[in-house]
Write a protein that binds this ligand. Structure first.
Ligand code: PRT
Ligand code: ZN
Length: 212
């Protein structure tokens, strides 16, 4: 029988909630540590554990049919995938932040600044939308320390509670994007896989309704 292949985060903020959602959908997967893939025992589902950054590419290529990943990652990677359903966890926002001493009043204050971020594509679009010229410094982690070490004047990073910004003497000044985990799917699924996806989405919607 044909199986639906789903990519989920191997470890990190979305891993546990992704497994939990599948469980709530009545899908049992034996999640052995350090496994790259596993299968559900009671649904034709094959599960791949991957880094979140790689998930959109795998879906675009059809290596995975669907995946659970932050909408922020889908938008940054610019891959051709469908966002099928928002999942209600992994909520955060991608925000601009500046040092507390920065006298910030409007988005125009970002003109001619150096902005450190792991999201250069989304930031570039934001700057264009607002007609602002600024220098983007792409860094892969610890973005919040960039202003303190003189690498940047501002940052654009994911925020949830805001405590990371606060602890680094930064203040949030613009929300660039609101994000949560989404179910993303390949553009050209086989009819059989589309049917399995419909079945899964039906269950996800029931789980979501039960929580409201
Ligand atoms: O290893 P892999 O590449 O798979 O994982 P990763 O380290 O790239 O991602 P991970 O696990 O940190 O995050 C996965 C996804 O969770 C993100 O793409 C978002 O969609 C979502 N998410 C939700 C968050 C946060 N909330 C979040 N707060 N991702 C990161 N953060 C970080 C943020 O970058 C900052 O360092 O948490 C810090 C801020 O948190 P607060 O609470 O102090 O504001
Ligand atoms: Zn990642």
């Amino acid at each position: 029988m044909m199986k639906l292949k789903i990519a989920i985060q191997k470890s990190g903020r979305l891993h546990d909630d992704s497994i939990k959602l599948l469980k709530e959908c009545g899908i049992d997967i034996n999640n052995g540590v350090n496994k790259l893939k596993t299968e559900a025992s009671n649904f034709p589902l094959e599960v791949f554990f991957l880094r979140d950054d790689d998930i959109p590419q795998y879906i675009e290529d059809g290596v995975a049919d669907i995946g659970i990943v932050g909408e922020n990652v889908v938008l940054e990677k610019k891959k051709q995938v469908n966002i099928v359903e928002k999942l209600g966890f992994g909520k955060c926002r991608l925000s601009m932040a500046v040092p507390k001493s920065f006298e910030y009043t409007t988005v125009k204050d970002l003109e001619n600044t150096r902005i450190a971020t792991s999201y250069p594509v989304i930031v570039q679009e934001f700057l264009q939308r607002n007609d602002i010229k600024a220098e983007i410094h792409e860094i892969s982690g610890s973005v919040e320390i960039a202003p303190g070490i003189g690498l940047a004047d501002a940052i654009c990073d994911l925020v949830s509670s805001g405590s990371t910004l606060f602890m680094n003497g930064l203040k949030e000044v613009e929300t660039v994007l609101k994000s949560e985990a989404v179910l993303a799917a390949c553009h050209n699924l086989q009819p059989e896989q589309q049917l399995l996806l419909d079945k899964l989405v039906f269950r996800i919607q029931a789980v979501k309704r039960a929580k409201n």
